[in-house]
Design a protein around this ligand. Structure first.
Ligand code: CAA
Ligand code: FAD
Length: 386
């Protein structure tokens, strides 16, 4: 659906097909059960790693596939159409920790972490948010104090996607300039942290409305000892690294939103064809046709905007504004489309016998994480004056 609008290369079509086949066989049949049980399937990480889905944007020298942004986003859309939880694991891993290591990691850090991450032997997580610091990310309080050849971290990171996985690599933003809080974003550095470091604890697991097969947890650091060589890039640059990475991460969330929305549209289209009322399929009613048409229109526009932004990124352009536009429009589209899908299913849309109630629950978070819709509007408006 909608591919005619994108000038896809043969490679991009192949990647899309590979992801679609994998998602239909290994994810979609289990998604409802995983959701009910809040179960994260660890085998998925290995399987996705073997197919290259966890190293899509990494160069071949780090065992990645070295693909362009659109190929990655098309694959992510397919995974999200099967299960948004699997998609967020894939999106965070590919967009945030691996890209931070690739862009600012030392040769030793890249050698040590990137290859196993590309192969799915290690899974990436990104720890910016805290219980009292979400949208205002620069207000984070987790502290890192130098102690000889280590940094000692204390604090709590909140909402960490994939945080229960044991073979994890977490990119943690922490305050290294603890003397002068006025330095705000300038006093924040990034660290490469793994669960085997002394002082690393997995805290509260969130019981979520949607995305229930993606474990979201607090990470608690109590005198966590991080070797000095695990500081990423330059001290004091952690906030800028995180923001630049989110410019690209938000494209992943847009692709996830489109995948959820497309699955909802396909389900509603088929249901409207089969369901009869007043002696005819409900698709014969103009009210239903207009809903389907509006759903398709917004999804096509969201997808075109996303891939135009991905192309700009490939050309090396700064995409801060268009990334926020893509994420904002795609996530609000996902909410609109999934809500309409439930409406088209009537009472059957409100129960778990059909997948559309899950799509609606899963869609909501796309308006919240990687910057709320309000924060995307802040970024978009600021950029109008840049
Ligand atoms: N690229 C490069 N640098 C950037 C940047 C960008 N996109 N955005 C900001 N910076 C730099 C600025 O240039 C500035 O540096 P200078 O002082 O040298 O000029 C510095 O960072 C501070 O920037 P701001 O003054 O703009 O910072 P702010 O405090 O006003 O905050 C914000 C800006 C856009 C609101 C930011 O805090 C933000 O994005 N908040 C939302 C947080 C967020 O998205 N969290 C996502 C967590 S991850 C997640 O959720 C994972 C998941 O999906 C599963
Ligand atoms: P708050 O910042 O407290 O916002 C509350 C409300 O106030 C929102 O409506 C917000 O838009 C509004 N608001 C705040 N500031 C402004 C403003 N300036 N203008 C207008 N309105 C404003 N974080 C990570 O670091 N790593 C992860 O892996 C991760 N995964 C997540 C997974 C899930 C399932 C969820 C729910 C969250 C995840 N997050 C993660 C955290 C996520 O990025 C934050 O929840 C998000 O940035 C919002 O922060 P908050 O929840 O503290 O809300």
């Amino acid at each position: 659906m909608f591919d005619a609008l994108l000038p896809l290369t043969e490679t991009q079509r192949e990647i899309q097909r590979l992801a679609r086949d994998f998602a239909r066989e290994h994810i979609a049949p289990f998604a409802a059960d995983w959701d009910r049980r809040q179960y994260f399937e660890p085998a998925l990480v290995r399987q996705m790693g073997e197919l290259g889905f966890l190293g899509m944007l990494l160069p071949e020298e780090y065992d990645g596939l070295g693909l362009d942004a659109s190929s990655y986003l098309l694959a992510l859309e397919e995974i999200a159409a099967a299960d948004a939880s699997a998609a967020v694991m894939m999106s965070v891993h590919n967009s945030l920790p691996t890209q931070m290591l690739l862009n600012w990691g030392s040769d030793a850090q890249k050698e040590r972490y990137l290859k196993p991450m590309a192969r799915g032997e290690l899974l990436g997580a990104f720890a910016l948010s805290e219980p009292d610091s979400g949208s205002d990310a620069a207000s984070l309080r987790c502290q890192a104090v130098r102690d000889g050849d280590h940094w000692v971290l204390n604090g709590t990171k909140a909402w960490i996607t994939s945080g229960t996985y044991d073979r994890l690599v977490v990119l943690v933003m922490a305050r290294t300039d603890t003397a002068d809080a006025r330095r705000g974003s300038k006093g924040i550095s990034a660290f490469v942290v793994t669960p085997d470091m002394p002082g690393f604890k997995v805290g509260k697991k969130e019981n979520k409305m949607g995305l229930r097969a993606s474990p979201t947890v607090q990470l608690v650091f109590e005198d966590l000892r991080v070797p000095a060589e695990n500081l990423l890039g330059q001290e004091g640059q952690g906030f800028a690294y995180a923001m630049q990475s989110l410019d690209h991460g938000r494209l992943g969330i847009a692709a996830q939103s489109i995948g959820i929305g497309r699955a909802a549209l396909e389900a509603a289209r088929d249901y409207a064809d089969q369901r009869k009322q007043f002696g005819q399929p409900i698709r014969q009613f103009q009210a239903i046709q207009f809903k389907l048409a509006d759903m398709a229109t917004r999804l096509a526009a969201a997808r075109a905007t996303l891939h135009a932004t991905a192309a700009a990124k490939e050309r090396g352009e700064r995409v801060t504004q268009f990334s926020s536009i893509s994420k904002l429009f795609a996530s609000e589209t996902a909410m609109f489309v999934t809500d309409e899908a439930v409406q088209i299913f009537g009472g059957y849309g409100y129960v778990t016998d059909y997948p559309v109630e899950k799509y609606l629950r899963d869609a909501k978070v796309t308006e919240i994480y990687e910057g709320t819709s309000e924060i995307q509007r802040v970024v978009i408006a600021r950029e109008l004056y840049a």
